[in-house]
Design a protein around this ligand. Structure first.
Ligand code: NAD
Length: 446
C-alpha cells in the first residue's frame, strides 16, 4: 500500500502558514477553478461521454453547469460568509461581547463516487477551498477519463501542498484513510460510508457522509398526473437512474394508477425516446440491474444491451416489498410501482425501512403535504417535483440516519468545512465578583 503521509504532511505544513485563510487567497483559488472549468469544458464533456455515454446536454446541465453556478454563487457570497458573526450576550456576562468565527479545519480528504464524477468531486472541493482548507480529492476509479481531466485541471492550477488529486481504487482510498485528516467528506454507498466513519473514528476526525438508499415517490389521487409523470420520468431516468436522489420506487394511489401509467409511458417516450442512453457504469451493475427485469410485470421498456451496457427506461408493475428489487437501492433505469389505497399504509411502510435520502410527493392537497412532511423523516425532497431541490444553493443537501450525516451546497458547503469557534471578548474595565467561590468576601469587596 502506498503511503500518503508525506503529501498530508506537506499540506499540513502549508496550512500552518495561514495563507489559505486569507479571503483574497481563497477567492483567487475559486476564480482559478472557474476559469479552468470553462477552459476545459469541452474536454470534461467528452470525458463524461467516454466514461458514461452522457449526452452533451446532461453533461453540462448536471455536472459542468452545476459547478460553474456553485462557483459563481460561492465567489459572490464568500466575504459575507467568512465574517465573524456577532451574537447576543446574556446579562450574566455583562461587559463582554460574543462572536462566532468560522475557521478552516486544516487538511480535508474528499472521496467521491462515479455517478456524477465531476460534480461530486468538485462541489465539496469548492466548500473546502471557500472555508480556507487544504484538500486531497480521491475521485472514482470507475470513471477514469473524467477523473483524469479533473486531476489535470487541479495539477495545473494548484500546488499539491494546497490541493491535490490522488487517483486510484479501493486500496488507494483505504491507504488515504490511514492518515490523520482534519475533515473527511465522503460521497458513496452506505456500506463504504461505515468503513470511512470507522477509519475517521481512530483519529476523531469529523465526517460528512453523503450516502444513498431507497427514495420513495408518492403519487396521490389528487395530483396533477400529467405533470407528475413528466417530472418523475425525468428525475428517475436521467443519468440512467444512477442518481442518489432519483425516485427509487413509486407508490401510486389505486384510483388513478391506470391513468398515471399511461401518462408515464408517454412522458418516457417524449423525454428519452430516440435518444442514446447513458451507460450503466460497469458489467457488475449491468448484471445486478438486468436480474431485476424478470420481477413483476414489465409495463414499458425492458430491453437491455450488454454490448452497450445500456438498459431502456423500464417500469415494473406488480411489485411488492418481498421482491429482491425492493431490498436495496436500485441505482439504475428501472422503476418499480406499487399501489396503495390508504396513505397511512404508505407512511407505515416507509417507517419500517431506513430513512430515505429523498422523498417526493405529488398532490394538490396541503393537508396531505402536511401529513407526509410531518410524519416521515428523509434527507430532503420535493412536493410536486423530483430531484430539483438538489440544485438550489439555499437548500442544505444531505441525508438523515443511514442516508447520511451532514449537508452541503451553497453556504452549507462553507459551513461543513468550517469549525465554528465561539469567542467571548471580556471587558477589563470592571469585574463581577459573584462568580468567584468566596461570594461573601466578594460581596464585601463591591
Ligand atoms: P462506493 O461507496 O462504492 O464508492 C465511493 C468511493 O469510495 C469511490 O471513490 C471508491 O473508490 C471508494 N471506495 C470504494 N470502496 C471502498 C472501501 N472499501 N474503502 C474505502 N474507499 C472505498 O459508491 P459508488 O458505487 O461510487 O457510488 C454509488 C453510491 O453512492 C450509491 O449508493 C449512491 O446512492 C451514493 N451516492 C450518494 C450521493 C449523495 O450525495 N448522497 C451522491 C452520489 C452517489
Amino acid at each position: 500500500m502506498e503511503s500518503y503521509e508525506s503529501l498530508v504532511t506537506k499540506q499540513r505544513d502549508f496550512f500552518r502558514t495561514n495563507q489559505t485563510k486569507d479571503i483574497a487567497f481563497r477567492l483567487n483559488a475559486l476564480e482559478k477553478l472557474r476559469s479552468a472549468v470553462k477552459l476545459y469544458e469541452t474536454e470534461l464533456i467528452t470525458a463524461l461521454n467516454d466514461d458514461l455515454n452522457k449526452s452533451e446536454f446532461e453533461a453540462y446541465s448536471t455536472e459542468v453547469g452545476i459547478i460553474l453556478e456553485e462557483l459563481r454563487f460561492t465567489i459572490s457570497k464568500l466575504r459575507s460568509w467568512a465574517k465573524p458573526v456577532k451574537v447576543k450576550t446574556p446579562l450574566t456576562h455583562i461587559g463582554s461581547a460574543s462572536y462566532i468565527y468560522s475557521e478552516p479545519y486544516g487538511t480535508a480528504l474528499i472521496i467521491s463516487p462515479w455517478n456524477y464524477p465531476f460534480q461530486l468531486a468538485a462541489a465539496p472541493l469548492i466548500g473546502a477551498i471557500a472555508a480556507g482548507n487544504c484538500a486531497i480529492v480521491k475521485p472514482s476509479e470507475l470513471t477514469p477519463r473524467t477523473s483524469e481531466v479533473f486531476s489535470k485541471i487541479i495539477r495545473e492550477i494548484y500546488p499539491e501542498k494546497y490541493i491535490a488529486v490522488v487517483q486510484g481504487g479501493v486500496e488507494t482510498s483505504q491507504s488515504l484513510l490511514q492518515e490523520k485528516f482534519d475533515k473527511i467528506f465522503f460521497t458513496g454507498s452506505v456500506s463504504v460510508g461505515k468503513t470511512v466513519m470507522e477509519a475517521a473514528a481512530k483519529h476523531l476526525t469529523p465526517v460528512t457522509l453523503e450516502l444513498g438508499g431507497k427514495s420513495p415517490c408518492i403519487v396521490h389521487e389528487d395530483a396533477n398526473l400529467k405533470l407528475a409523470a413528466k417530472r418523475i420520468a425525468w428525475g428517475k431516468f436521467t443519468n440512467a437512474g444512477q442518481t442518489c436522489i432519483a425516485p427509487d420506487y413509486l407508490y401510486v394511489h389505486k384510483g388513478i394508477k391506470e391513468q398515471f401509467l399511461s401518462f408515464l409511458k408517454e412522458a418516457i417516450q417524449e423525454i428519452f425516446g430516440g435518444r442514446s442512453l447513458t451507460r450503466i457504469v460497469s458489467e457488475r451493475h449491468f448484471n445486478r440491474l438486468t436480474s431485476f427485469l424478470n420481477q413483476g410485470d414489465i409495463f414499458t421498456g425492458g430491453n437491455a444491451s450488454r454490448e452497450e451496457l445500456s438498459i431502456e427506461p423500464t417500469v415494473l408493475t406488480g411489485i411488492t416489498w418481498e421482491d429482491p428489487i425492493m431490498e436495496e437501492e436500485i441505482f439504475g433505469p428501472i422503476l418499480p410501482i406499487m399501489e396503495y389505497k390508504n396513505l397511512d399504509d404508505v407512511i407505515e411502510s416507509i417507517h419500517t425501512h431506513p430513512n430515505p435520502l429523498a422523498l417526493y410527493l405529488f398532490t394538490e392537497g396541503t393537508g396531505i403535504q402536511k401529513k407526509i412532511l410531518n410524519s416521515v423523516s428523509f434527507g430532503g425532497g420535493c412536493v410536486n417535483d423530483t430531484v430539483y431541490h438538489a440544485a438550489s444553493p439555499y437548500l442544505p443537501f444531505g441525508g438523515v440516519g443511514t442516508s447520511g450525516i451532514g449537508a452541503y451546497h451553497g453556504k452549507s458547503s462553507f459551513d461543513v468545512f468550517s469549525h465554528k469557534k465561539s469567542v467571548l471578548k471580556q471587558t477589563t474595565l470592571f469585574d463581577i465578583p459573584f462568580r468567584y467561590p468566596n461570594v461573601k468576601n466578594a460581596l464585601k469587596s463591591i
